[in-house]
Design a protein around this ligand. Structure first.
Ligand SMILES: Cc1cc2nc3c(=O)[nH]c(=O)nc-3n(C[C@H](O)[C@H](O)[C@H](O)COP(=O)(O)OP(=O)(O)OC[C@H]3O[C@@H](n4cnc5c(N)ncnc54)[C@H](O)[C@@H]3O)c2cc1C
Ligand SMILES: Cc1cc2nc3c(=O)[nH]c(=O)nc-3n(C[C@H](O)[C@H](O)[C@H](O)COP(=O)(O)O)c2cc1C
Ligand code: SF4
Length: 647
């Protein structure tokens, strides 16, 4: 069913796969840039049936520090036009998305706290904002703003407009009786609370004209304290669906109003695949317009199942195409094993976006860098390349160098490829991280790399092999801090615990310097094994260094398991049954008593012996990944791409 066309208001979508609106942080002066055009064009070329361009501001009062298209200005029209022209060449339809954040905004573009406008002065938990209640005249002005922005999308040649009523933004705020406490015609019972949304949709129809498709995005359940619930949403959509203004509804989940709901804006790997499909199905049972859905649908087989179950008509596969722009083409050709499935790590896509950087993918750093890597560098003559280390960095480097036509051999000292990703995937709830190994292995085989496992490489071997170039990707091992009193304490490092070595006792302190996945994962594993766990972190919170939605969900899970998180701590020492910590800002002691085992999660130390051995070697040497400096898989794969492309 995935490749059966669907026609909406005369617009034929060639298949059921679409890219949902997502902010790319690829703007120039608030308008789509060349980089954004190339990004979307790659997904259109890869076979997407529909691309919905990211949320754009419909009115200046909704402008925040989040870099967004300013659809309240005519300047946006040429950029939209270029995206639509680029995608139409591939028979891919293009819609624009319009929004207003209401109270869901923190900073203004200049870094001051913005004056947020909402239906009522109801505070928000995520950004700690108390908004101003919009005067009626302002409500009218924003309605007009949506209509005028829709007219700009029409002038740009787009095929449709999607209005965001999802995820707790302004339209959802009007719909929610716990947020909207107005006493004028925009508040009160459901009919009153629907007024603003109805006026927006009518204005958008007027601006967009009769030919454009108009849709509304909505959260099937906001999954948050005081959020809209599934039954509220079914009533809302049922009430709106019979209007001429609305051609489809696009179902997601969550809300930006709090930390539980915001996890579902971009659900991490701990959330089940296609979990939003039942919400879509509940709506589909009540309406006749097409129902779109998105949420952790990362493989065509899952998409096909949702369609086959009759739960939805169009399948949003956004990160699936961030991670593999060619996924639809490969699915159509039955090349399912060639698809680089998204692992929902949230690192380079939403992780970058939330930090204000252009989006990419840890598995496919070409994403967002289409202008740089659309074509790999051609080679004059094939060279013999040795890549040392079969972790993510070495695998990517080898695959790219071989794809360019070089004769590449990848040496891995252990018995299997994957490096540290082999450990990462054993952490509780993190099995999907192993997908990075599966996907890179596939790329190695497709590119024709010779793979030798169980083969450590040293300088002598390089002298024997005499390659033209060596890519050193030897990775890292645990950093072991010096600990006062260590001789009297039972101390393990995180890798030992992950590998089930060293018999941790019943009462454990995890000293987590790095504040990433490792400390949290080890704490969860030990708690699940029945230990009492104190997670002492050298930061403001556990998971400080990892993407917000991954961290927030995980902190909830750790709390449920009884793990005690102690922030702002530095490991000072240990003895028989006590771990000595120091509060990092006051310097005061914090004692953890009754401890059987101290586990250190102190990050990693680069494995540099081969690099040092090659110091006076005459050939071309490239050092990449954790061996260059211990960081994450994202940098390892990106540096692998760069090295494989220049070697
Ligand atoms: C438990 C855990 C969880 C993690 N979770 C995440 C996560 O969620 N997201 C993320 O981005 N990162 C995570 N990381 C970090 C990430 O796995 C590393 O940053 C990444 O694997 C580094 O890749 P690399 O290729 O540079 O090195 P490595 O993965 O360390 O691979 C190096 C490889 O080189 C081999 N080798 C070493 N010396 C030689 C030699 N002389 N000859 C031949 N082979 C050699 C090693 O055996 C190893 O297989 C995690 C790490 C751990 C330990
Ligand atoms: C980088 C990024 C930015 C996003 N920005 C938006 C946005 O502008 N508008 C929107 O409705 N959803 C946004 N989302 C949510 C996605 O549209 C989508 O619902 C989410 O990624 C889950 O779908 P998936 O599992 O197919 O990726 C964003 C997601 C990502 C990854
Ligand atoms: S960075 Fe991670 S979550 Fe984002 S698209 Fe790539 S694999 Fe998926």
């Amino acid at each position: 069913m995935l490749f059966t066309p669907l026609t909406i208001r005369g617009h034929r979508l060639k298949n059921r796969i679409f890219s949902t609106g997502h902010m790319t942080v690829m703007l120039k002066n608030g308008n789509p840039s060349d980089r954004m055009v190339a990004y979307h064009e790659a997904r259109a070329a890869g076979g997407a049936g529909l691309i919905i361009i990211e949320a754009a501001r419909a009115h200046p009062s909704g402008n925040s520090s989040r870099p967004s298209i300013l659809a309240y200005q005519d300047d946006c029209i040429p950029g939209y036009r270029r995206i639509s022209d680029a995608c139409h060449k591939y028979d891919c339809r293009v819609f624009g998305q319009l929004t207003h954040p209401g109270r869901e905004m923190s900073e203004a573009p200049d870094g001051t706290f913005a004056v947020a406008h909402a239906p009522s002065a109801s505070p928000n938990e995520r950004f700690h904002v108390t908004p101003r209640e919009m005067p009626t005249a302002m409500v009218k002005e924003i309605v007009d703003g949506f209509g005028e922005a829709a007219a700009r999308l029409r002038q740009a040649g787009l095929d449709g407009v999607e209005v965001i009523a999802s995820q707790g933004y302004l339209l959802s705020q009007f719909l929610n009786p716990r947020v909207n406490r107005r006493t004028d015609k925009y508040g009160g019972d459901l009919t009153g609370r629907l007024t603003f949304v109805r006026e927006v949709l009518t204005a958008v129809r007027t601006g967009a004209g009769e030919d454009m498709v108009i849709g509304m995005r909505i959260s099937g359940d906001e999954m948050e304290h005081e959020g809209l619930e599934a039954s509220d949403i079914v009533d809302i959509v049922t009430a709106l669906a019979n209007s001429d203004a609305l051609d489809y509804v696009n179902v997601t989940a969550g809300t930006s109003a709090g930390l539980a709901g915001s996890v579902h804006i971009v659900p991490p790997m701990a959330v089940e695949h296609a979990y939003t499909a039942p919400f879509a199905a509940a709506i589909k049972a009540k309406v006749t317009i097409p129902v779109f859905v998105a949420g952790r649908i990362n493989q065509p087989q899952i998409a096909e199942q949702v369609l086959g179950n009759g739960q939805a008509d169009m399948i949003g596969m956004t990160r699936a195409m961030i991670s593999d722009p060619d996924m639809p083409k490969k699915a159509k050709a039955g090349r399912l094993d060639d698809i680089r499935a998204c692992i929902a790590c949230n690192q380079a896509c939403i992780g970058h976006m939330l930090r204000g950087f252009p989006i990419s993918c840890i598995q496919h750093p070409e994403t967002g860098r289409e202008l740089e890597f659309r074509d790999l560098r051609p080679i004059a003559t094939p060279r013999r390349i040795v890549v040392v280390g079969g972790g993510p960095g070495g695998m990517k480097a080898a695959a790219i160098a071989a794809e360019r036509g070089h004769d590449v051999t990848l040496y891995e000292s252990s018995s299997r490829l994957g490096g540290q990703a082999n450990l990462a995937q054993i952490l509780p709830g993190r099995a999907e991280f192993g997908g990075i190994i599966t996907n890179l292995k596939r790329e190695l085989h497709a590119a024709g790399v010779n793979i030798l496992t169980g083969k450590p490489v040293n300088r002598r071997l390089i002298d024997d092999l005499q390659p033209n170039a060596v890519i050193v990707a030897t990775g890292a091992t645990p950093y072991l801090p010096e600990i006062d009193g260590a001789e009297d304490a039972h101390i393990l490092n995180a890798w030992q615990v992950i590998l089930g070595q060293g018999n941790p006792g019943a009462d454990v302190v995890v000293a987590d310097w790095r504040c990433d996945w490792v400390g949290m994962g080890v704490a969860e594993k030990l708690a699940r094994d029945g230990c009492r766990v104190r997670l002492a972190v050298n930061g403001i919170t556990a998971g400080q260094m990892i993407p917000q939605y991954v961290r927030d969900k995980w902190l909830g899970d750790l709390h449920r398991l009884g793990v005690e998180v102690i922030p702002y701590t530095r490991l000072y020492g240990a003895d028989g049954d006590t771990v000595y910590l120091q509060q990092t800002t006051s310097g005061e002691a914090i004692l953890c008593e009754g401890v059987d085992t101290l586990v250190t999660a102190y990050g990693h130390k680069s494995s540099t012996s081969l690099e040092a051995g090659l110091e006076d070697w005459v050939g071309d040497v490239h050092v990449i990944g954790d061996c260059l400096a211990p960081r994450t898989a994202e940098e390892a794969v990106l540096e692998g791409l760069r090295a494989g492309n220049v070697v």
